[in-house]
Write a protein that binds this ligand. Sequence first.
Ligand code: UTP
Ligand code: MG
Length: 575
Amino acid sequence: MMKIRLRKYLKPYMRFVVLAPLMMVLEVAMDLTQPRLMAMVVNDGILGDAGLGFIVRTSLIMLGVAVIGMITGFACTVFAMFAAQNYGADLRSDLFKKVSSFSFAELDQFSTGSLVTRLTNDGTQLQNMVLLALRAFVRAPLLCVGAIVMVLSISRTYGLVIAVVMPVIALTAMFIYKKLAPLFTQIQERLDGLNAIVQENLSGVRVIKAFVRGEHEKSRFGVANEALKDTNLRAMFIMAAVLPLMMIVMNATVLAVIYIGGLQVQAAQMQVGDIMAALSYMTQVLFTFMIMSRIFVSIPRAKASGDRVREVLAAEVSITDGDAAVGSTGGDIVFNNVTFGYGGGEPVLKQISLHIKSGEHVGLLGSTGAGKSSLVHLISRFYDVCDGQVLVDGVDVRDYPLDALRAKIGFVLQESVLFSGTIGENIRWGNPNADDAQVLQAAKSAQADEYITAKEDGYDTLLGQRGLTLSGGQKQRASIARALLKDAEILILDDSTSALDLATESNLNAAINAEHAGKTRITIAQRISSVMNADRIYVLEHGEIAAFGTHEELLETCEIYQDIHRSQMGQGVAA
Ligand code: UTP
Ligand code: MG
């Protein structure tokens, strides 16, 4: 897999990446100065004889230091947020671009739910990591080292306390990392699983209701939800257990600092103000431990997210542009010994050879799973052949720029998909430059005009709003209109009249015959009546061409065709 560095998304925001830690250094410096100043007020001002003026002056300096600390802290957060948010936005934008460039093969490989999670949740994890890196990563070690140095400058004896506390801190941090890291990875996976179930349920809600599988789905969701909760609870439990432990360490440290300080004050080696300062510094050291433990748990989390995001970015798009100049037109299609299997597996098309001449109308008939859709998908290069060659207008489809190839083809996919927006906009998808008259004409040919104008808002009817969607047959007709409007040289209709009644279908065929006469047309159908007027009909069986010829020829010679014909008697097929 190609190595992808996510760090490069920070490049354009380098000034923030530099400024944020810089501000943090200042903030930490202020935090470290404060106890020192307080010690001076206590030692010299209150206990000593420096006088009230000294106390007021030093207090004002302390106030100034606090204000600078606040401003630099604020600036650090703002810069870090700028870097993180921009990083996140750019990353998501690239992920989206990448996913849009995916061909069918890559889309088969990642589930929709997982792609959504990677784009949103994983992106946010990484964004949070940037924020953390620019603030906590800088603050924790700086403050820790700085505070230790300050404590030692007050009294070397405090080195003893540090020598005892540090290993305890290190061990606890390690324990947390060991225990929590795998838990957080698991949380991320369980979240993925939960998302997948929600996604499936939302898109399949009609089926679930139709089969009264609601209870089953609820329990499936319940199991995943419980699992997520349990893992979360285990993580929280460990974190909760750390807090009292931390308090014990903290109190023990306070005691030790006061005890050692007390001895030294008695020996006149130290003053009371110094004990107070030392207490502050030790507390700071212990707090950095809290921050560090947070960093420790977020690293594996971000790493898991990073891997998942990189997987998407590094996925190689299998179908890319060729560079042949688009020459002749006409819509001539040739299959040369084509063998194809999904993911390079078991072939679903075997040794297919056929030639559809420019302007011909060809029917494709065969039982479900025979490979009809797979065959036409190869023409638009949704997938690449495993062996052999598909030529359009004499050029291998792999040599075309994809846009140029697909511009030649008006495709009505087997599954009609419409987008949110008006019906008119959906049809205009086929050709954004078409004027209203052309849209109307396409809708009329597709036998869609009648039901569209019957709607209150006609072509401006919004889809997907207030529960308004179209019936199966209406959707099919809208997608046929979309393809007709494209007015391309090749028209492919994949089982797109299955939901139409026979009369509507024959009107549709008549309209296409009249208005798109010179075009190469491939009609896939289950019903003989849909293709019986084609110039040639191919009968597909188990990925192979079992027979081809005109309706009459096949009726005479092809046994499979005769069987289909017999079973469909009375469905518009003349006996
Ligand atoms: P097709 O989808 O080409 O069959 O699948 P078809 O002739 O159009 O069938 P209907 O009439 O629309 O139902 C051919 C074979 O390819 C496999 C299917 O399992 C089928 O056996 N297939 C299809 C895949 O493995 N992956 C896919 O994404 C699609
Ligand atoms: Mg199909």
